[in-house]
Each structure stands twice: as C-alpha cells, then as structure tokens.
Ligand binder design. Sequence first.
Ligand SMILES: [Zn+2]
Length: 223
Amino acid sequence: MLCQARLTNYHKTKTKIGTQTKWNATYLKLCDKEAMEGSDLCARCAQRPTSARNQITMIHGKLSEEIPYTSRIYGGDWYWDMVQQYGEPLDKQWLELAKQAQLEGEKRAGAKAWRIPEREAGRLKEKKKPERPVRTKEEIKPVEQEEAIDEMPPKKKLPPAPPSQQLPFKPISQLMQESSEEPKMLPTDRQKLWKENGVWICETGFTFAVKEDGGIGKFLGKN
Ligand SMILES: [Zn+2]
C-alpha cells in the first residue's frame, strides 16, 4: 500500500487567495513511498510534525482524515474561510489542478477517503450574514450586568444600620499599639484617656506613665 499521508509542495503549488497578497493556498501532493507494515504511513511521514507552520514538512492529516485547520491545502476549513473572505484564487488553472489533486488523493484512500464536504462548497453561495448593528454603550450595559449576575451569587441585603452606626468612616477603636516608638496622640484620635493611680489609662486598657509635665509617658502595659 502506498503511503496515505497528505503532503504539499507549497512553493511549487501555492497561489494567492482572491485579490489580497498575503495569504497563499496550496494543494495536495501525494507521498510516493510505500507504507510501513502495519501502518498506512511511510517511515518518513510517520515522523512528520502534525501542526507545524511549515507546510512542506508537516503532514496535513491522512487522506482518510479531514484537512487540519493549520493546513493551507485546497478544500480544508482554512481554505474556505479565506475564500469566503477574499474570494477564490484568481488562477483558474490552479483551481483545476487543486481539484484534480484532491481527486487523486481520494482514489488512493479508496473507501476511507476524506472528501470535501458538500456544505463547504455551499458556504461560498451563502449570502453574507448581515453585520451586527453597532450597539451603543447604553445598550450593552444591561447585558453585561445580567452576565455579572449570572456569575456571582446575589448579594444579601443587609438591614439598614441604626442611625448611630451610619458614620461616613469607620470609628477607630484602637489608637495605640505596642511598637518601638512611643505611642503618640494624633489630632484625629478620639480615645478616652484619664489619669488614675498615677498612670494614664486609655479605654482599651493600655496604661502609660505620667511624664513630669503631666503628659503621656512610657507605655507600661495593658490592664
Ligand atoms: Zn509518506
């Protein structure tokens, strides 16, 4: 049995698709080697990369398989997508050779052959879908909000806080902490402090020595 690899010469068989100048299509080239025993590929083709960008070295699937999207061979999905976008190759002779090559491949693969699906050729006849109307931001917003709701569980509504707790900021409950620095009283601090038994005591229970001038001295500990 001859090797069932789908190959291409690329440089010898490439052609521009439609009127653009960037993208080339190519067509099928058959491998002329015998398949290995117990395999439908020859030793060389069995080693070929399957998804390389290099159209010449890669194997574009077997003749019984569909043409992968990484392939630029005539008849694959990539080819039809490009044709839909840019039109068929302008070289009509190339088109004939490409179709001929596909038929030769089908012959070699016999009953197992992959054929270009009817729907693919039909795709070209399909009318272009009308373009989506451009939506304004206002129109897009509600959809995005709906999606966000789908992703996140709905927030539980908390009962409104009593008026005394409705402060525009979080009340500071602790003003002084043990640190290498001496605790400082800041202008924004609202901690209650009082002198008792010769020490300063604050409402969190911290005690401080009384300075000679009567101010807050060294941190002594927590009650
Ligand atoms: Zn081969």
